[in-house]
Design a protein around this ligand. Sequence first.
Ligand code: ME8
Length: 638
Amino acid sequence: MKKLFYVTTPIYYVNSEPHIGHAYTTILADFLKRFYMMIGYDAYFLTGTDEHGDKIAKAAQENGASPQEYTDRISSSFKQVWKEMDLQYDDFIRTSEGRHRKAVQSILQKVYDGGDIYFGSYGGYYCFGCERYFTEKEMSDGKCPDHDTKLEYIEESNYFFKMSKYQGWLINHIKANPDFIRPERYRNEVMSLLEGEVLEDLCISRPKARLKWGIPLPFDENYVTYVWFDALINYVSALGYPDGDTFRKYWPAAQHIIAKDIVKPHGVFWPTMLKAAGIEPYRHLNVHGYWNMEEAKMSKSLGNVVRPVDLMKKFGDDQIRYFFLREMTFGLDAKFSEESVINRINYDLANDLGNMVKRSFNMAERYFGGKVPPYPQEAVHERDILKEKFIRALDEYVDNTMAFRFNSGIQHLWEFIGSLNKYIDETKPWVLAKEGKTGHLSAVIRNLLESCFALAVVLSPVLRNASVKILEALDMAGSQFDRMKIISLDSLEDGGAVRDVGVLFPKLEKEGLEGDASVKKEQKMAENDGLIDIKEFAKVDIRVAEILKAARIEGSDKLLELEIDSGGERRTLVAGLAKQYDAEYLVGKKILLVANLKPATIFKRTSQGMLLAAKKEKNDAPVLIEIDPSIPNGARLS
Ligand code: ME8
């Protein structure tokens, strides 16, 4: 039997049109579904819309429509956007559907019958944007930290779920399953909510006198269900809870994806609700950071919204998927700008991958008349070297993707692409051709074509179009991922077709590096031994950042843990500066950060980048390179 994978996005509120934050999470889920299917799983992908509650009722009223008319309209615009972006969910759940209402009422009744719901009265500070009460500890200056609006004190009689009863169970469950909530920072966030104090019970109803738009409580018609208690149940109602086959099949493999805004409902409310209803917990809660636009969190209320379809039309489907997966470190915030999209397209896609493929195909055309050359036995060791590199890259890609470290996974494939470009530079096929070394030339071109094929297969969940183009040009469209076959780098037929692959990723500022020009350029680069091209330098993303906090790391006399602001994004760095700098001295300093360095784990901390320091002699203490404080955080070295 196939292994199973069930991925969900949050169900989005229908009080506004979809924006790129929604698109990001939904693209991730679509990518994961395709990825898991590629590696042989039976995968299921759910998304949908969250349609009840104060917020939606108010939005409908403002739009002069009934809640149902209004939610029909916005819900279908979500569906339309996902269709235009070709995001292939298996089901789309709407909380106003009958199948959902039935499941919510059945869970409420079960929990009520189990004695975990009671009637009482409560007064507390409420955010209408989040539709939940805030504890003193969670609010800032009497305001909601997410919406920056004043919290309102509300007191009324309602039904309560005994969440506190399951607090101890949840703490133990998280301890026993350390990756239940990941990445670690969000597990810590939930643990600090759980371990600090006794959880307040959850108010799960709203009086109908105040709000009609909701699911009536099965045991009291005068109340509707609190929107979060209703919404979270979508993850099981869509599968046909309690006795649907789809529920039985996929629920044990459930993985939720959310952003950091809704950690508490998913990390605390939901698992305790499941426990009280006698349903096993989900497998993983995967939490990503925010895309920030121009220093501010992108949100409906702030109005700086980018339409996902426009973005895709402007830059291309593969390009946007690649950008989203590659640019954000899962769990951390990232900055969205057209400039960073263009950089990824020009450097990673056009230069690294696009040129490598183009050069390989052009050389197959030029030297072998557009046919796959045979593999001469005398050059077998070169294939073995590439095979080893590819196996390492593929394993890292698979492992990191399964652990939700998408950028690291993809980066490993790009390292392999880098080694293919280097292979061309070092073997210099144009020289082999001139010197008549046909056997070696044939091996080099065959290795390159085999590598292009293998990359096209493994990258198909990300680069849906380019992947097909490469496979079609090799007459291999429809090729399945078969690890053994792919890693053999021996999948093509001698004499098979190598057609023109076209320009896979046009550069956005045309610099024309095609055909003969690219070969000439490579020759020139190879002659300039030791020197790097400006574009290679530009791959290193060096930014100005500010040190916000600094502390010594216990157990090390060299290391400091720093918290830095790299322009609307916070990161942790581990730096070997403790011997020469006091932690306090560093706070407020502006430094240079290598922002696109692979994260490294040092003393159990994940260091997300490297700061630049200089030393004259090898054994000198490094001196921090400090930057003029007037340069804004996030400014890139250029
Ligand atoms: O919270 N960056 O719905 P919602 C990245 N209905 N992702 C973002 C983002 C940003 N700037 N802004 C939004 C709700 N998102 C509830 C969920 S689930 C049972 C109920 C994404 O429309 C991200 O996935 O406000 C975030 O968690 C979600 O949209 C919130 O969507």
